[in-house]
Design a protein around this ligand. Structure first.
Ligand SMILES: Cc1cc2nc3c(=O)[nH]c(=O)nc-3n(C[C@H](O)[C@H](O)[C@H](O)COP(=O)(O)OP(=O)(O)OC[C@H]3O[C@@H](n4cnc5c(N)ncnc54)[C@H](O)[C@@H]3O)c2cc1C
Length: 388
């Protein structure tokens, strides 16, 4: 029976449900794994809270999918996970110790209900996880990571950095995708960043980073990144794109959420004819609309692009006196004041548009909700995952 034994699969699923107290199972699993294989501990950051949460959720989702007899998505998810984990230096030996630790943990936590059938189901799930992940990692021929050197660190606003690097080898990615990044200030703390230019055959790449209050990696990048730093990037993810045959486009960017949309716009600029693209670029203060000059330059030679700057507040803060003015020459729409969801929907429902939203999770959710409330079809709205 194994994976087909729904009753046993439900017992396993419940043991992995955080709502039913699965934290102990996941914590115990990591303790056993690191006890069996000390080198596995070095793959992870010191604080394991996030890793535990992500691993627990992934296992729970996997069980739910298998119970619903959907195997295709879980298998491609696990394969992707296996390919991604190469960047941490995960080896086949790590998979062997992980398999033993996970099996031992589940057998011990399910001891009271353990029988031959449950044993088979648990064994099959663990084998599926380990087999697909390690098989996909083994079969992958692309490099696990791409190292590069910081060439330039610009600070167009207090909380925003533009970082330009040259990679030792070009990283292929599609416009609108994002990549995992590790910086020397925080080894083993990978974060997703979205390249702000299309993939370059000579390895040049640019990121726009906003420091979030209390954020570990973003504040270190904005405060400390310097030319010569060696960054490590890994393979791209994401499917945010513009369909050139699917009508006009609305883009909404909050702060450095501009990066992937700017890449898409730069990519579109290769073509003579495009759907009309209207971009709302928002920030808290006018001085934080850090990239208006580039947008102005693209819009001035590409009549399909129009840009509306939006700031929540109408005046700049006192610290802005130390920063260069970001206002571009006349040519863009007049700057609007207000929050993005309200300003964007003031112009209508945009229901005939393909809609791309990018920025901090709360802004993305609020803008999407406001657009849907006005009549935009939810299935026409695209955004990246809201958490990493
Ligand atoms: C698909 C994707 C693409 C991304 N692209 C970019 C990009 O191009 N440029 C960029 O600057 N950031 C981008 N991010 C966000 C980035 O990956 C980090 O999450 C962010 O920089 C915070 O990391 P941290 O280590 O500083 O904060 P952490 O130490 O991880 O978190 C500290 C606190 O900040 C909160 N927090 C985390 N992320 C955000 C956020 N985005 N906004 C507000 N609060 C947050 C957390 O909830 C937590 O309370 C992207 C995220 C995703 C999921």
């Amino acid at each position: 029976m194994g994976l087909e034994d729904r009753e046993s699969m439900r017992i396993l699923r419940d043991a992995l449900d955080p709502a039913l107290g699965s934290e102990d199972v996941i914590r115990d699993f990591h303790t056993r794994w690191f006890g069996l294989d000390l080198s596995a501990r070095d793959l992870f950051p010191p604080d394991m809270t996030k890793q535990r949460e992500v691993f627990g959720h992934a296992l729970l989702w996997l069980c739910d999918e298998l119970i619903a007899q959907r195997a295709e998505e879980p298998v491609s998810f696990l394969a992707q996970l296996g390919r991604d984990h190469r960047k941490y230096g995960v080896t086949q030996e790590h998979y062997a110790s992980l398999q033993k630790a996970l099996l031992d943990t589940l057998r011990s936590h399910l001891a009271l209900r353990w029988d031959r059938r449950l044993g088979e189901a648990v064994n099959d799930v663990v084998e599926l996880v380990v087999g697909v992940m390690s098989g996909a990692a083994d079969a992958e021929t692309a490099p696990p990571f791409y190292d590069g050197t910081v060439l330039e660190h610009l600070r167009p606003a207090r909380d925003v950095s533009v970082i330009r690097l040259r990679l030792d080898h070009a990283l292929p990615y599609l416009p609108g995708q994002y990549v995992p990044v590790q910086v020397p200030q925080w080894p083993r703390r990978w974060r997703y960043l979205s390249p702000a230019i299309p993939s370059d055959p000579n390895g040049y790449i640019e990121f726009h980073v906003r420091s979030v209050p209390g954020g570990m990696v973003s504040t270190a990048i904005v405060g400390e990144a310097r030319p010569g730093d060696r960054w490590r990037l890994s393979n791209p993810h994401g499917a945010m794109h513009v369909d050139r045959d699917d009508g006009d486009v609305l883009m909404v960017a909050g702060s450095t959420g501009l990066a992937p949309l700017r890449t898409l716009i730069m990519d579109l600029a290769r073509f003579g004819e495009n759907p009309r693209v209207h971009l709302f670029f928002g920030a808290r203060y006018p001085c934080e609309l850090y990239d208006l000059r580039t947008l102005w330059e693209i819009a001035s030679t590409n009549p399909w692009l129009s840009v509306t700057p939006v700031s929540e507040l109408n005046t700049d803060p006192p610290w802005a006196v130390d920063y260069p003015s970001v206002a571009p020459p006349r040519g863009l729409h007049v700057r609007q004041t207000g929050r993005l969801p309200e300003v964007v929907t003031r112009y209508g429902s945009w229901s005939d548009r393909q809609i791309l939203i990018c920025g901090k999770p709360a802004m993305v959710q609020a803008t999407k909700a406001a657009l849907v409330a006005k009549g935009a079809p939810a299935e026409r709205i695209r955004h990246d995952p809201l958490a990493s």
